[in-house]
Design a protein around this ligand. Structure first.
Ligand code: HAM
Length: 432
């Protein structure tokens, strides 16, 4: 029986694959990452890469013991003779903060802006836009508590999606306050939900003990019914003075820069490390429950990981979800480029010569060749299918004369070029 890829994973396919959609197109993934890189590097972000697996404790302490990620979705890595204590990373932030602390990046000018792209792993139930191996573009800023950094991070996230051509996106902005504000809110929720404990789902009864705020994010209809009945006050009502002032500043900067956002008074993120500013980016085409991306401030995380205090803030996009949103909006990608030159021999003995000309042309342009001798009509058809701009046919005459005729498939124009001038000709022609 043929072996299939594991559930919840995707292959990223080449252009022209049957039934290709953007979320599984390798070209679309590359386009998205390049666009994000351009936007983020213009803002001063530098690339960082961290391992795909990390110590289990990093994930548990970083992401938080009460989260679904740690409780239900961790992929544990085992190998011979090992203690089984590694986890495939479910997100990028904890690893980046670990790398910052471990490699002395504090010595670099602050705030330090970093970005990362790569696969993340969460053992979730597979649905559209919810995978077990998915990809994130992640942006982190370390070393500043300034609200200007928060606002810039949000503005950059919006700029990436706008540059990609997306229109129907909304930022939902909130604050989950400082730790004491969050504790006061959790106490309020404990007092409110305890009398109706029995009516909550098993998961939410559990959350009532560990992290009551997460009840508000429950996907159970029954829980949502109870929440509506109790007219729960939002987190924003519990912000202390400093967190409130910080939140006000973030909003003011965004408004000054015309970055649109909606206040979400009860934002709950799925990770425990957040403080103060927290937000999500939603899209009409992908569904209300699934965010394209999310982020927030995490000033206590470095200490929680055993390091010095380093404030931080950042966000991550789900690359597949962004691509689904682009598909839903009908955003067109630039057409994949074919080769500048396609070279075919008219008889078998000249195939290696045609190949050597094509290979020398690769110093200046993309050049391909036919591996078998071809009749002119099939060579032209093949070149067209590959999207080539120029075709050259090599027969005994061309070899004897030391020149080749290049036919431009777009204009129909033919040019005789000395083989010794081919590379220079292509270098010039490739610029058009
Ligand atoms: P997150 O909200 O857990 O945040 O994930 C960010 C984005 O990753 C989500 O909005 C979603 O688009 C995508 N995503 C998450 N899980 C899946 C999945 N199973 N399948 C497909 N896409 C998924 C974080 O990961 C934080 N580290 C963001 C952050 C960076 N906060 C501060 N800095």
């Amino acid at each position: 029986m043929a072996i299939n890829r594991p559930k919840g994973t995707e292959d990223h396919l080449p252009a022209g694959s049957p039934k290709l959609t953007l979320d599984v197109s390798a070209q679309a993934h590359a386009h998205l990452v390049n666009t994000a890189r351009t936007v983020l590097e213009r803002a001063g972000a530098q690339r960082i890469d961290t391992p795909l697996f990390e110590e289990a404790d990093l994930v548990k302490r970083g992401v938080g013991g009460s989260t679904d990620i740690v409780r239900k979705e961790m992929f544990t890595v085992y190998y011979f003779g090992d203690h089984g204590g590694y986890i495939l990373r479910p997100e990028g932030t904890a690893g980046i903060v670990r790398a910052y602390l471990q490699n002395g990046l504090k010595q670099l000018p602050a705030p330090l802006k970093l970005w990362l792209h790569g696969p993340m792993f969460r053992a979730e139930r597979q649905q559209r836009g919810r995978l077990r191996q998915f990809h994130q573009v992640d942006y982190e800023v370390l070393g500043s508590t300034d609200a200007l950094v928060d606002a810039e991070a949000i503005a950059l996230m919006v700029e990436v999606v706008k540059t990609l051509g997306l229109k129907q996106v909304r930022v939902k902005l909130g604050s989950i306050g400082d730790p004491q504000d969050r504790e006061a809110y959790n106490q309020y929720l404990r007092d409110l939900f305890s009398p109706v404990r029995e009516r909550l789902s098993g998961d939410s009864q559990d959350r009532l003990e560990r992290n009551p705020m997460r009840i508000l994010d429950s996907k159970s209809e029954g829980d949502q019914h109870v929440i509506a009945e109790l007219s729960v006050k939002p987190m924003l009502a519990f912000l202390g003075e400093e967190a409130r002032a910080h939140f006000g500043q973030v909003q003011k900067y965004l408004s000054d820069w015309d970055v649109e956002f909606d206040i979400d008074p009860s934002i709950v993120r799925g990770l425990d490390y957040y403080r103060r500013t927290a937000w999500e980016l939603h899209h009409e085409g992908v569904g209300a429950k699934s965010a394209l991306g999310g982020g927030g401030r995490y000033d206590g995380l470095a200490e929680q990981l055993g390091g010095a205090a380093v404030p931080g803030i950042g966000w991550a996009f789900g690359v597949e979800r962004l691509l689904l949103a682009m598909e839903a909006e009908g955003v067109e990608l630039p057409a994949p480029e074919g080769p500048l030159l396609y070279m075919a021999a008219l008889d078998e003995e000249n195939v290696p010569y045609a190949a050597s000309l094509a290979m020398s042309a690769r110093s200046v342009a993309r050049a391909e060749f036919a591996y078998r001798a071809m009749k002119p009509a099939s060579a032209f058809r093949d070149a067209e299918r590959r999207g080539a701009r120029l075709v050259a046919l090599i027969g005994s005459n061309e070899v004897a004369q030391g020149g080749i005729t290049l036919k431009n498939l777009v204009s129909g124009e033919q040019t005789l070029v000395e083989t010794s001038d081919l590379v220079a000709f292509l270098a010039e022609h490739g610029k058009e």
